[in-house]
Write a protein that binds this ligand. Sequence first.
Ligand code: UD1
Length: 417
Amino acid sequence: MKVIVVVGARPNFMKAAPILRAIAVANEQGVPITPVLVHTGQHYDALMSDAFFTDLNLPAPDIHLGAGSGSHAVQTAEIMQGFERVLDRVRPDVVLVVGDVNSTVACALVTAKISFDAQGSRPLLGHVEAGLRSFDRAMPEECNRVVTDHLSDLLFVTEESGLRNLNNEGVSPNRVFFVGDTMIDSLLSCERAAGHSTILQRLGLATSSNGAAAHKQSYALLTLHRPANVDNRTIFLEILEGMCEMTATQAVIFPAHPRTQKMIQQHQLESYFNFQNGHGGRKRDAKEARLTVIDPLGYLDFLCLMKNASLVVTDSGGIQEETTCLGVPCVTVRENTERPVTLTKGTNIIGGTQRDTIRTAIRQQQENQSHCRSFPELWDGKAGSRIVEILLKQWRLHSAVPPAELLTGSTSSSLES
Ligand code: UD1
């Protein structure tokens, strides 16, 4: 079985790594699976991509499409053209896409429409992290999720809400598999290594004694990258104002996405920050501005920073899940989440995007000291191996199924797990 695994943007790398590891384990046990890692190049900066290959022990991509940035249409089209050539050349049995970024939907579209022969043979398409819904179609990721799910033959679901959403949308349950969360597989397998990170010392948040961190300073962590939050000056300002009460009493570390760093300058919001990023910027007295911008971090440094933070404020999806498992309180600066299990079982609350709602959410989290680590159903570090097991089984079953019947549900008995 030849499996293409697609990655493109930062949050894809930790979701794909456990699948590649599970394939390697299967190989060691004599199961013949050939993985082909395709990097679309959606994220290309060393800090947004290369660092993750090192930290997650990912093999170098077999194929790099070099797509880069652009409008949604340009980026998606660029990836589609490159990926179609890859499929024609590699002829995989299975294509696995992960998450909800433009690379995910672009490669799903190509796979669903390709035809290798007159019978319309094409690879099986699997979507890892299927079924999540924010019900907010203004989010590009929501469009990507819906389209990818409805094109996929095999839908790998991370949380119970995903099963409900797919059922409500009429997706045949025979295509849906509740497997857990590969992002949490990565967290669990890298936690020990992250404990050796020196990021706290490098940022002056802890002194080091005999290699162990001592005298830790309390700090909060901020991440913001969504265009809806940072491209709009009014909303960006609301978020910063909503955090002012906290920044008056506590250091806040802000590893900023390249887009966000550009926007800080474009919106002339520099006075809110102390810059410790590689691109210079105005260095301010840390007492004057306790919100410190640093460059994006690698996986292990970020995991260490997140685990030791007193609070995380974020607009990321994955961080809501990671803070839940780490037992760190999280305030999501969005109006919704596609990951409701982090609200019901985890440490996350919705803070909205207005200064008052954000301030209230932060206070609520600061007052609630009862957070502990929480692992929603099947978030047990084994999602990657479950996916590989199901792929093998489904591929064997599918070999006997005419391609035209894949998505119609007429194959329901043969696709049953
Ligand atoms: C993408 C995903 C988002 C994910 C985020 C994680 C989509 C629609 N969005 O958003 O879901 O949460 O990745 O980071 O796919 N840039 C660089 N260097 C890079 C990559 C990007 O400077 O390596 C800058 C470019 O100016 C680019 C901008 O960031 O135009 C946005 O990059 P893009 O890939 O379009 O989307 P993200 O905002 O990163």
